[in-house]
Ligand binder design. Structure first.
Ligand code: GLN
Length: 273
C-alpha cells in the first residue's frame, strides 16, 4: 500500500515537474561566503530547527518521532560532518527569527532559498528542487492557472513562498494557516477556492488517504530550491556543504532520495540564483 502510494505520488510529482516551468525568480547574484562565527568542534552538537508538518520532508510518526527526507538527509549530513544533530520543532515562521537570535544552529524545513531570506540567514547549497503548485477541489473547472485566481479565496501557510505568491494576486482573499496540511484541509472543507503550496507536499497529501477530493491544476508557478539555513556567518556552513557534496558524489544522497521519492534525483545547481 505504502509503495503504491509512493509511486503514485512520484508519477504525479514527476509529471508536475515535467511541465514547462514559469520561473518566477531568476537573475544574478553571488550567494557570497562568510567566514565569521564560531567553528563547531568536531563531534559537536548542532541544534537543527524544523516544522514537522510538511510530509514527505518532515513529519511526526505514530510515536512522535521525526521522519522524512529532510530528517534522513540532515542525520546523514551530521554523520558525515561529525556533528551530532538534535532536532527542535518550531513553527515555520519562527525558524528564521530563531536562527537570527542564535537559539538554534541550523534549520532544515523544506525551506526555499530566496534572495530575501539570504539577506538575514546563510543557506547551504541547494539540496532539493521543488516549485509551487495550485490545488483546487476535484470538481472545480474555472481555475486552471495563476490568472484564474483573481478575486478568489486562497489558503496558504504563513511565512512561505506560497503566501508571497498569493499576495501578488489582484483581489484575492487570503487566509493563512500555521501548516500546509491545515491550508489543504480548508480547501477540502470548501471554505476556500484554492491552495498555493509546494508541489511535492501537495501531491504527497493528495496521494495519501488524509486529504481527499483535491487535484493540482496548471503549471508549477515557480522553480524553487531548498537549502539548509544557518545563522549569518555560521562556521558550520562549510562542513554542511562539504558533507552534502560528498553524499551527492558517493550516491548516499541518491539513496535517501530514492527512499522518499522512488526516483533518481535531478542534478542540482551549485547555487539557487
Ligand atoms: N518551501 C516553502 C518556503 O520555504 C514552504 C516551506 C514549509 O512550509 N516548510 O516558504
Amino acid at each position: 500500500m505504502i509503495d503504491l502510494t509512493r509511486s503514485q505520488f512520484m508519477r504525479r510529482f514527476a509529471l508536475g515537474l515535467g511541465l514547462s516551468l514559469m520561473v518566477a525568480a531568476c537573475g544574478g547574484g553571488d550567494p557570497g561566503t562568510s567566514d565569521a562565527g564560531t567553528p563547531a568542534d568536531a563531534g559537536g552538537v548542532i541544534k537543527v530547527a524544523t516544522e514537522p508538518a510538511f510530509p514527505p520532508f518532515e513529519s511526526q510518526g505514530p510515536d512522535g518521532e521525526l521522519e522524512g527526507f529532510d530528517i534522513d538527509l540532515m542525520m546523514a549530513i551530521g554523520e558525515t560532518a561529525g556533528l551530532e544533530v538534535q532536532f527542535e520543532s518550531l513553527p515555520f515562521d519562527g525558524i528564521i527569527p530563531a536562527l537570527q537570535a542564535g537559539t538554534v544552529d541550523a534549520a532544515i524545513s523544506g525551506m526555499t532559498i530566496t534572495e530575501e531570506r539570504a539577506q538575514t540567514v546563510d543557506f547551504s547549497s541547494p539540496y532539493f528542487k521543488a516549485g509551487l503548485a495550485i490545488a483546487v477541489q476535484e470538481g472545480t473547472d474555472d481555475i486552471n492557472g495563476f490568472e484564474d485566481l483573481e478575486n478568489k479565496k486562497i489558503a496558504v501557510q504563513i511565512g512561505t513562498t506560497g503566501a508571497s505568491e498569493a499576495a501578488k494576486i489582484p483581489g484575492a482573499e487570503i487566509s493563512t494557516f500555521d501548516s500546509a496540511p491545515l491550508a489543504l484541509q480548508e480547501l477540502v472543507n470548501g471554505n476556500v477556492d484554492a491552495v498555493i503550496n509546494d508541489a511535492p507536499v501537495t501531491l504527497f497529501a493528495i496521494s495519501s488517504d488524509n486529504i481527499t477530493g483535491l487535484k493540482v491544476v496548471g503549471e508549477l508557478l515557480t522553480e524553487e530550491f531548498y537549502g539548509i539555513a544557518l545563522p549569518k556567518g555560521s562556521a558550520n556552513l562549510a562542513a554542511i556543504n562539504d558533507a552534502l557534496a560528498a553524499m551527492i558524489a558517493d550516491g548516499s544522497y541518491a539513496e535517501i532520495y530514492q527512499k522518499w521519492f522512488g526516483a533518481e534525483p535531478p542534478t542540482l545547481p551549485e547555487s539557487a540564483f
